[in-house]
Design a protein. Structure first.
Length: 202
């Protein structure tokens, strides 16, 4: 398991709020009605305007779908993931990956750059690496990966929207198609929100 930076603690509530602000600024109707957030368009056309991080693609080995480089100020998505063809599962995985990397851009890039600047004041060595941690040694709210995935969930499936769908007794398929996410993503979101209600199939 790769080591990660320890980031500023953020609560789930704070992350959900930041994601809602992103939706409100780009596609406010996604907070008013049950619909999918246009994450692909945000990633391509708005990410740099909002965060100074430039979207790009890169060749990665299997198992790596994306990466945000705070030194280069670039957010990379795997080229192989972008070439999803007619595969809906892969296309929805791309949406989740873009939402996750957008989370890093909003939650971590500025803090990471400040950490580098802070360290260089004492080391005077631009090559010195930031201290990294085993994810198992961090609290979830200190882990940048947990934070970015929580952001992605809130961006693609706002809490009050998924709760409204459940109140209307929506089937799994309707939720999947409306929010444009894979089933596994739905169930992660339900666990995050501590919703144990089973979804109707078919």
């Amino acid at each position: 398991m790769a080591n990660v930076l320890k980031v500023r603690p953020r609560s789930a509530k704070e992350i959900e709020r930041i994601a809602s602000e992103v939706i409100r600024g780009f596609q406010p109707e996604a907070l008013r009605k049950l619909s999918s957030f246009e994450v692909e368009d945000f990633f391509e056309f708005e990410l740099k305007n909002k965060t100074d991080v430039e979207p790009d693609t890169k060749d990665y080995p299997d198992g790596i779908d994306g990466c945000t480089d705070f030194e280069e100020m670039k957010c990379y998505i795997s080229r192989s993931l972008m070439e999803y063809g007619d595969c809906e599962i892969t296309r929805r995985r791309l949406r989740a990956t873009q939402a996750h990397e957008i989370g890093h851009c909003f939650l971590h890039v500025e803090d990471a750059r400040r950490s580098r600047e802070f360290q260089q004041k004492f080391t005077n060595d631009s090559r010195s690496a930031l201290e990294r941690y085993n994810p198992d040694d961090l609290k979830a709210y200190e882990n940048p990966e947990w934070q970015a995935w929580r952001f992605a969930s809130a961006l693609l499936m706002p809490e009050h929207c998924i709760k409204r769908a459940l109140e209307c007794n929506w089937k799994e398929q309707w939720i999947r198609d409306t929010f444009d996410v894979n089933p596994a993503f739905i169930y992660v979101r339900l666990r995050e929100l501590k919703i144990s209600r089973p979804l109707r199939k078919g």
